[in-house]
Design a protein around this ligand. Structure first.
Ligand code: ZN
Length: 451
């Protein structure tokens, strides 16, 4: 009798933990959301990542500190098969850098070198500045560019259109003989802060590689006004930036193994590298923590889905995307079993929903799966981009899902020194964990997946 009672008690205690997985998917999704909203682990994790590893530039020692941290935290969370997967990544080091306005009056400029730029000779480059608003104006004034810096003071026109000056400015300026390329920071913010990001050179190497840097929006505007007044505008730019040999780094992986079809995989991911300004709190420490926490939360609730959930923290998204490419190559033989891949790289702002790259059938199916997220304001599903790192899975036909937030404020911090933990709202971060965890359950548990 006593033994039977003990057994009943044990079952009763165990029941709430394990019964959930036999309930309908939308019911469990609601339970997952409730559990996530009652939790505050995500912010503590992100804060710890920012404090322990700091900015996580590809190839840096900081990035490796972050890898150690993630391995430990995923193991603590009870995830299985926690491991590094080797990736050879580029190693660019910024070094010291500065820019000074020499004429019409001396003053220090607020600048940051663009990722991948060459440095200047020691002592820097001193030259007059040609200021233009866009590529068309440079073409119109091309004969004035030789021997000068070209400053692209391009107004913010959304990220996709404005970022061209960062990625293509050095090529356009050097084509006309400029000695350096300066841009107005790619941000709508007015906070006297410079924002970096990757730039590029002519692949064929027929156009010279000139140093490239961003100025704070206010400084770019000042130089532009001075130039329009007909004042002499002369700048000295000094950058130690240098490319070193590639280094061996890693993606970090951990799993919640599937209960019935462990060979079928749902990837949930973010990119673990960041720029060296700020600490990559929104971009993309948040996405990585959301992926880790969403999976850990399901495990803490005793939920084991039908399929395997695999957390992947990708190396080197910001520079050359070797992390995403390595994952696609190293897992080529199991990509046919990848049911879906989610990437979270929109910052920790209020969740809005998901974009999916796939046929109309997958879009409709994802909309059906995401419907229970309506209470969170996150049920919107539309056709669109999945994410940089998971994009390499497209060829194998993996449905790619981008986790979207209401991130109007994102580009105020993006790639700048202010992308720090204090800009992250703990409640918003936790709401993102809630919706990603709930969607993960839907994708890993529903009978008919997206493909
Ligand atoms: Zn990012």
């Amino acid at each position: 009798m006593i033994r039977t009672l003990a057994l009943v008690l044990t079952l009763a205690l165990a029941a709430p933990l394990f019964a959930a997985s036999s309930e309908p998917v939308p019911v469990v999704m609601d339970q997952v959301i409730d559990a996530a909203l009652a939790d505050s682990s995500a912010y503590a994790l992100l804060e710890e990542l920012c404090d322990v590893a700091g900015p996580r530039l590809s190839g840096s020692a900081n990035y490796e500190l972050a890898v150690e941290w993630a391995l430990e935290r995923m193991t603590d969370a009870g995830l299985a098969n926690v491991r590094r997967e080797p990736v050879t990544v580029p190693h660019w080091v910024r070094g010291d850098e500065s820019a000074w306005l020499l004429e019409p009056h001396p003053s220090r400029l607020t600048m940051i070198g663009l990722g991948g730029s060459v440095g200047t000779p020691p002592g820097g480059i001193e030259a007059d500045v040609l200021v233009v608003s866009d590529f068309d104006e440079l073409e119109a004034r091309a004969d004035e560019a030789a021997g000068r810096f070209v400053l692209f003071d391009a107004p913010w026109d959304g990220y996709g259109r404005t970022v061209r000056y960062r990625t293509q400015g050095a090529i356009a300026a050097a084509r006309h003989g400029a000695v350096g390329s300066l841009i107005r920071s790619v941000t709508p913010a007015r906070d006297c802060t410079p924002h970096t990001g990757v730039m590029s050179y002519d692949e064929g190497d027929t156009i010279p590689r000139i140093p490239a840097a961003a100025l704070a929006v206010e400084d770019a505007a000042r130089l532009h006004r001075q130039f329009d007044r007909g004042l002499p505008v002369r700048v000295r730019l000094e950058m130690e930036a240098k490319w070193h040999d590639d280094v061996l780094s890693s993606n970090v992986v951990g799993e919640l193994p599937g209960r019935e079809s462990p060979e079928e995989i749902v990837v949930v991911s973010g990119h673990f590298d960041s720029w060296d300004a700020g600490c990559g709190a929104h971009d993309d420490g948040a996405g990585c923590v959301i992926a880790m926490e969403a999976t850990a939360l399901l495990h803490r609730m005793g939920l084991q889905p039908r399929r395997t959930i695999r957390v992947v923290l990708f190396a080197d998204e910001e520079m050359t995307q070797t992390g995403g490419k390595a994952y696609a190559a190293d897992h080529a033989d199991e990509l046919a079993n990848h049911v879906a891949a989610i990437e979270s790289d929109s910052g920790a702002f209020p969740p809005r929903g998901f974009t999916v790259s796939g046929d109309s059938l997958s879009i409709a199916k994802l909309a059906e799966l995401a419907a229970p997220l309506e209470s969170m304001g996150a049920s919107s599903v539309s056709a669109g981009w999945g994410g940089v790192d998971i994009s390499f899975l497209a060829k194998a036909g993996v449905p790619l899902i981008g986790h979207r937030t209401d991130n109007e404020g994102y580009f105020d911090y993006h790639h700048g020194p202010s992308d720090t933990i204090d800009k992250v709202d703990p409640a918003d971060l936790q709401r993102n964990v809630a919706v990603v965890a709930a969607l993960l359950w839907a994708l890993a548990e529903s009978e008919s997946p997206l493909r």
